[in-house]
Design a protein around this ligand. Sequence first.
Ligand code: CTP
Length: 473
Amino acid sequence: MKGRDIISDDIFKTISDVADAMKVEAYVVGGYVRDFMLKRPLPNDIDVVAVGSGIELAEKLSEALPKKPKVTVFKRFGTAMLRHNDIELEFVGARKESYRADSRKPTVEDGTLEDDQRRRDFTINALAVRLNNDGFGELIDPFNGLTDLENEIIQTPLDPDITFSDDPLRMMRAIRFAAQLHFTIHPKTLAAIRKNADRLHIVSVERIMTEFNKIMTCERPSEGLALLFETGLLPYFLPEINALQGVEEVEGQLHKDNFYHTIEVVDNISKNTENLWLRWAALLHDIGKPVVKKFDSKVGWTFHGHEFLGGKMVPRIFKRLKLPLGSTSKYVQKMVAMSSRPTALTNENVTDSAVRRLLFDAGDDIDDLMLLVEADITTKNERRKRKYLNNFREVRERLVKVEEEDKLRNWQPPISGKEIMDAFNLPPGREVGLIKSAIKEAILDGEIHNDYDAAMAFMKEKGPHILQSDEKP
Ligand code: CTP
């Protein structure tokens, strides 16, 4: 494959002329080259390496462009960035770089193109395409990145111990690329991840989460999740998921391995949603299990209350991982806490009232919740699987029916607090709440319809009794 086709865009021609005039060599490197070779959608950011000053190349390029875009300079890192149309161009001078073991602050020294390629993370990211007019489009590949792309292998250009100690985040990146591209990590590189896993503790949680969320966005996140577990990286940021692994046997009774079950659930849900947070809910849906697990010789393994507890664990985990709090973590908490509710509705004698309560509690998230419970079916027994899916279809049908009749999604009380106060001549306070909640319960129980007249009649009839019994000691 030729590098020339990659750089047909006009911007590259302008960079060649500017670089030639400056007498510096310039190359496109990194993800742009990799993704082009793989025929993947091209990224909007392009990395350019100058053998010389990357900042100066960016500044001269800006002068040569019609709109003279603003150049943002990161002096400390010796990099510069400018935007041209929708493309973000990043410039860096070729360097030999080493990192202090305890931080990411680089000590930078000028280097050759090959020095620069050598200090990149993976051979597939170390391909360079020449931009100067002399040799324009030539592919420079001293670490056989092209062969690794063809063989679908992820490996480091240097001894992996060195590449990973330069930046331990690269261990996460190896797994992210493996999951994203369905590539295999070279055994030596994989062994180095196992060996250096504890170095992840010097990496900021934000950087870890950027890579982790890219894994969660993959077509089959389980590929990455299994690798994170097997390499020993997972416990450094999600010990709760790590703890799901393992089966225990008591009196000949085993429970399933909840780690492998969980990652299958994440894959299942990923077939039906792009919603990252619903995928997170699938990831966390069983985290309460190891905490409440008990063996009872009559009924076997039990996990009572694990959903509620798991839900409670969500905001703490989100805070620790610097993931969005507020509505996002509340949504995930709600999904985890409710993750068995629809399942409880699949036996025959379920009342409409239970269906109404489910709809009331889930509100607009009911469809996401139903996706989650369906994804939770991982039995290999086809007959059982069909049975569960049929049961859920019935629950869905009943949900639709109840919603049509009672409009409980995002329910608003039909009678306002003010109307209750006026009717019984009450000041604002506890009693108003009692009557309001009695109306709500009557609607959810199906005692009355969810409409104004029915609620008003109910209030007039029952209100005095409620107030009377509230007065009793
Ligand atoms: N790079 C590296 N070590 C890192 C991060 C990045 O060596 N820890 C190098 C790689 O050569 C990479 C390039 O910098 O190709 C650009 O990094 P980045 O934009 O993070 O990744 P991409 O490879 O472009 O991939 P993606 O767009 O999927 O993140």
